[in-house]
Design a protein around this ligand. Structure first.
Ligand code: F6R
Length: 605
């Protein structure tokens, strides 16, 4: 994680660095810092613990002149969130910002100490600055010094180096972590992503793994992992698509929840033309015998929901795993498997590594991504956009339901291609799917009722979520959302599993949220709900009108979703999961859009 920025500009650069960092704050907000080189060549830096606003305040009182600079927003990995551990790290004539983890930093540090150089922080990054400064002191040029340091680094990194006495020079390098070069007119930029650079330029060159680059105001020179000078294509990005504003909502999350009917509608319009499913060439579900879905967190749970669809609709065996486990357990894959990496950001390190593990072993690899310019989009055989639009709030909402919408289309295509459903059944499922945006629009009206229930949940120490079938992963998602936003401990369980242990947790103080649409599994789930109530558990039932009527008395509260959506109902049930977590967080006064300890894009293992 962490966001990095570099600018060789023509104006005072500190305000620009801070503006870009604002767009990167989703990557971490434990501390922030900037370094500049002024016209006389003087290198200096300012750093502040906590959110970017603290750095902005510091710069008001203690400005930093110069037209060239680097900046950083940190998600702490090595060392606490202190000013000493904040980037940029400086040693002598060089300052460095870094995203990633230098895995051999302990060895590098020990060597430095034997040379009489004492680190001032607990970070892995500082060793990069120390080694580069040391090489400069040995008489190397900035490029030689950076190269000598890069040759020693193991792990993942995106790095930017700024040098005293060099107001027209930035050196950049990437291995594992993404890095984009932006081209201005007489100005050059560097950033963790194109969104950060959008206020300055729409012309972007993505560095590839192992590349390092020299930026001057005249342009960029790039070398590949083998040290050969190389050319990387420059593309124009859609700057409009990177607009970030709350649109009158109190939080980005509230806005993003409310956008779901529109963005899911866009997804369906993109992938469906009438009764026809429109997918890019090269997805032949008749030719595969297994689908493997991998992601992290909420993206993994989208895959978990889709497993039910692929298996039930298409009779296609479906493996689902969290990327961090998948990549190291060396799962056997065959050339008749389809691999799908699911990721909002498209940059999640574990998901990217899982894709790299799988892509040469399977028939085809697909990246299901929201950020079309991301590493997963570029590295997969095929990128399928989830078209949710930019998602700013750290907790995923609309990206999840848009992932589900694309996965629903894929499951229907798999069922069609494998002759598991006839045209009439396909048309009926498509009708159900097309009904989802309007049903979600109705479900948004539950926000006020969720706010009422949130007052109750906000008092709880633990909350349980129960669901069955494809609603089980939605229960997991509900618990995940509540944990991350309100810091209340929550767990999701398959309703039928409760009596195998977790039922011991039930007492009058533990709210139990039960997801039970009035479908074929309803009676089973309601029996489990009765088992909870028989032990004085207090139940919040989420169902439809028929389900609430059939469930009878005894629940503490209920929320009625509209009926419809067929097997795609999990998309609908995601909405109260989001609102319950959102309103509970608001009731508790936590930071909704930037919960503690989290970051939107998790680019470290
Ligand atoms: C939870 C959440 C995370 C992400 C996870 C994967 O609300 O947002 O669990 O889903 O970090 O991120 P992406 O989808 O960017 O790979």
């Amino acid at each position: 994680m962490c966001g990095i920025i570099g600018i060789l500009g023509s104006h005072e650069v500190s305000p620009q660095l801070v503006e870009a960092l604002k767009r990167l704050e989703y990557r971490g907000y434990d501390s922030a810092g900037v370094a500049t080189v002024d016209a006389s060549g003087r290198l200096d830096r300012r750093r502040a613990v906590g959110k970017l606003v603290n750095l902005s305040d510091r710069l008001v009182h203690d400005p930093l002149p110069g037209h060239s600079g680097i900046g950083h927003t940190r998600w702490a990995t090595h060392g606490a969130a202190t000013e000493a551990n904040a980037h940029p790290h400086r040693f002598g004539r060089v300052a460095v910002v870094h995203n990633g983890i230098i895995e051999n930093f302990r060895d590098l540090r020990a060597e430095l100490e034997s040379l009489g150089i004492q680190p001032q922080s607990q970070t892995d990054t500082e060793t990069v600055a120390l080694w580069t400064g040391y090489h400069l002191d040995q008489g190397m040029t900035p490029l030689e010094a950076a190269r000598a340091t890069l040759a020693r680094l193991e792990g993942a990194f995106a790095l930017a180096f700024l040098f005293e006495g060099e107001p027209d020079l930035l050196i950049a390098a990437r291995k594992g972590s993404p890095l984009a070069v932006g081209h201005g007119t007489g100005e050059m930029f560097l950033g963790s992503d194109a969104v950060a650079l959008a206020p300055f330029t729409d012309r972007i060159t993505y560095l590839e793994d192992g590349d390092h680059a020299v930026l001057t105001r005249a342009g960029v020179q790039i070398w590949d992992a083998a040290g050969r000078q190389t050319h990387r294509a420059t593309a124009r990005i859609d700057v409009g698509a990177t607009a970030i504003d709350r649109g009158g909502y109190r939080h980005f999350m509230a806005k993003e929840i409310a956008e779901q009917p529109a963005v899911i509608g866009n997804v369906l319009n993109h992938y469906l033309k009438g009764d026809r499913i429109v997918l890019p060439e090269g997805l032949d579900f008749a030719a595969i015998d297994r689908i493997v879905l991998v992601g992290c967190g909420t993206a993994h749970l989208a895959g978990h929901v889709a497993k039910y669809w692929f298996e039930q609709l298409a009779g296609l065996p479906c493996d689902i795993d969290v990327a961090s486990e998948f990549r190291y357990r060396e799962p056997p894959l065959s050339d008749r498997s389809l691999f799908v990496a699911i990721s909002q950001s498209g940059e999640t390190a574990d998901t990217l590594a899982a894709l790299h593990y799988a892509r040469d072993k399977v028939a085809r690899s697909v990246g299901l991504v929201n950020v079309g310019t991301s590493a997963i989009a570029r590295d997969a055989d095929l990128a399928l956009p989830t078209l949710a639009g930019i998602e700013v709030s750290v907790a995923s909402s609309k990206a999840f339901t848009c992932q589900l919408a694309v996965l629903a289309v894929l499951a229907l295509e798999a069922a069609r291609a494998r002759c598991r459903i006839d045209d009439a059944a396909l048309a009926a499922h498509l009708r159900d799917l097309r009904a989802v945006p309007a049903l979600i629009a109705q479900a948004l009206a539950l926000s006020d009722e969720c706010r009422v229930q949130a007052d109750w949940l906000a008092q709880a120490r633990d909350v349980l979520y129960l669901g069955r079938g494809a609603l089980y992963p939605v229960a997991l998602e509900g618990a995940l959302k509540l944990k991350e936003l309100s810091y209340i401990h929550a767990e999701g369980y398959a309703s039928g599993e409760l009596k195998h242990g977790p039922i011991a947790l039930i007492d009058g103080d533990v709210p139990v949220v039960v997801l039970a649409p009035h479908d074929a599994l309803f009676d089973k789930t309601i029996s489990n709900m009765q088992e909870v109530m028989a032990r004085h558990g207090r139940v919040l039932l989420i169902s439809d009108a028929a389900g609430i009527a059939a469930a009878g008395d005894g629940v503490t509260a209920s929320l009625a979703l509209p009926q419809g959506g067929g097997i795609f109902q999990p998309m609908l049930y995601a909405v109260p999961m989001q609102y319950l977590a959102y309103h509970t967080a608001v009731a508790k006064g936590t930071d909704v859009d930037q919960p503690r300890n989290l970051a939107k894009s998790v680019t470290v293992e």
